[in-house]
Ligand binder design. Structure first.
Ligand SMILES: Cc1cc2nc3c(=O)[nH]c(=O)nc-3n(C[C@H](O)[C@H](O)[C@H](O)COP(=O)(O)OP(=O)(O)OC[C@H]3O[C@@H](n4cnc5c(N)ncnc54)[C@H](O)[C@@H]3O)c2cc1C
Length: 472
């Protein structure tokens, strides 16, 4: 399947829509929206596209949101966060006259043909265009098996990925392009009304009653790894994401320009997991922040992160097939890392890294935060990654460890930002820094001591220690 330029059929949004399977079907019963990555039932451009097509054809829309038990590192933490969102999606979709179908499968009940069966009665299947993790291969697997049109819609970015036809070199190269293109996209959503009520549509698959069953029961029945507890702090779903955004605008945004460098938990938005699962959209976040009157420095600083830096990550993973490999690093970084490949490294076991019990009592704090809450505060992430690099036998081992820890524990950890930030630790989107040092060569360097000198690690550790029992 061609990846980047399958032109959309006439009448579709050329900037966001990719035609994955062509053709047409008459006599269909509905348009199917497969909600894979953008898990919200409003302010969702992919769902809007499905509604628009259905309205044109005089058909209802079926929204299918599945959750399989076999994604990498599937566990109770990730499942709980997603199922909490499904419950809300069910209510919102039904309120919009969409037919919402949830399926949370266990290994025994996994119905590998469910989507194909649903597609048999669809005029068109619409799903999310999402780079990285399992999304492209899931879409490709469906594309091989269906016999009606399949389109993907880029609903995860503000400036569509297709508008930036090449892999960008760094933030400084993407920034002017984004700023030039942004005015065309920086406007509130105008979603179409649903013309044909989908309430009564019959579907021939097992549905999970996410509306009335307890989230814990649904997750337990899925049989995923229960050894990673749900986050006591981050609750899944759109409402929790919107509340968090509101609280950040009220308490954090007013000093974000300086505050994001603090270790205080209120100093950044902590929206990354909500953005990752699509519970909130980057556009709505950016618009509310733009209009909050928090002063140019704070506003611009936040918009730089949520638009420029975030979309640089999408651009990288969209264009780079080797996004989990050191092969994707710039030449200078690969050369300097190779030159220092045989430098002696501290002997730190994988088990101590995972448990946050290394000899480094500064480094252990963000790892424990990750284990407990499902996220690491923005500021120590660089130290977290640099030390894992220092302690790993090879740079690729470091990348693999960081990705695995993200998959297992991080609620925001399967996103284009995950892969890009991890490779940034090793020089991606960065430049060479002197002086040349052991292990790092000229890759940007950081020590726990310098981190301790700059930040209130004691206060951070105390806050992490107090986390269990906090409710948000
Ligand atoms: C080693 C390492 C691993 C990381 N892993 C992830 C990850 O798995 N998932 C993830 O979403 N982010 C990751 N980041 C990027 C960044 O640290 C997080 O996005 C940020 O800490 C999220 O916290 P926040 O929502 O409070 O950020 P805020 O400061 O409130 O920023 C708002 C949003 O802007 C975006 N953003 C912020 N910083 C960056 C950045 N440096 N690059 C790209 N976008 C950014 C995010 O979408 C974030 O939610 C990683 C960074 C490093 C160094």
């Amino acid at each position: 399947m061609p990846k980047h330029d399958p032109a959309p059929p006439p009448g579709f949004d050329k900037r966001r829509v990719f035609l994955r399977v062509g053709g047409s079907r008459t006599g269909a019963d509905y348009v199917l929206y497969w909600m894979q990555a953008v898990r919200r039932a409003e302010s969702n451009l992919a769902l809007d596209e499905a509604i628009r097509i259905a309205n044109d054809l005089g058909l209802p829309v079926v929204v299918y949101e599945g959750l399989r038990p076999d994604y990498p590192e599937a566990n109770a933490r990730i499942h709980t966060f997603i199922v909490e969102g499904m419950r809300e999606n069910c209510a919102t979709a039904s309120g919009r006259r969409l037919r919402y179908v949830a399926n949370v499968a266990s290994v025994d009940s996994l119905d590998r043909d469910a989507l194909v069966r649903l597609s048999k009665r669809a005029a068109v299947v619409v799903t999310d265009e999402m780079p990285g993790f399992i999304f492209p291969s899931q879409t490709a697997a469906l594309a091989r098996r269906i016999d009606c049109p399949l389109v993907t819609v880029d609903a995860s970015t503000i400036v569509p990925m297709r508008e930036l036809p090449k892999k960008e070199f760094a933030a400084r190269t993407i920034r002017p392009r984004i700023h030039r293109l942004l005015p065309a996209y920086f406007a509130p959503f105008v979603s179409p009304e649903v013309s044909v009520d989908g309430a009564g549509v019959y579907v021939d698959i097992d549905e999970t009653d996410v509306a009335s069953r307890e989230v814990n029961d649904i997750v337990a029945a899925a049989g995923v790894d229960a050894s990673v507890d749900p986050s006591p702090w981050y609750r899944g779903g759109r409402r929790a994401g919107r509340e968090r955004l509101g609280r950040f605008i009220e308490r954090g945004l007013g000093h974000y320009g300086e505050g994001r460098r603090d270790l205080d938990f209120e100093s950044t938005s902590r929206l990354s997991a909500y953005l990752h699962f699509g519970f909130v959209s980057p556009l709505e976040v950016a618009l509310l922040v733009r209009d909050a009157g928090a002063g140019p420095e704070n506003t611009e600083s936040f918009l730089e992160q949520v638009i420029v830096r975030r979309e640089l990550a999408f651009n990288f993973v969209f264009h780079e097939p080797n996004y989990t490999s050191v092969e994707a690093l710039p030449d200078w970084a690969r050369k300097t890392l190779a030159k220092h490949a045989a430098d002696p490294r501290d002997d730190v076991s994988a088990a101590d890294i995972e448990a946050g019990t290394t000899y480094d009592d500064v480094w252990n704090v963000p790892q424990r935060e990750l284990l407990l809450t499902g996220e690491i505060h923005n500021q120590p992430r660089m130290l977290w990654g640099k030390k894992i690099f220092e302690w790993s036998p090879t740079p690729q081992d470091a990348v693999d460890t960081m990705i695995r820890l993200h998959y297992r524990y991080a609620l925001d950890g399967r996103s284009p930002l995950t892969y890009t930030s991890i490779l940034w630790i090793l020089g991606l989107h960065d430049r060479a820094w002197g002086p040349e040092r052991p292990i790092y060569g000229t890759v940007r360097y950081m020590t726990s001591d310098s981190f301790r000198r700059k930040f209130d690690v004691k206060g951070y550790r105390e806050r992490v220690d107090r986390i269990t029992g906090l409710s948000g």
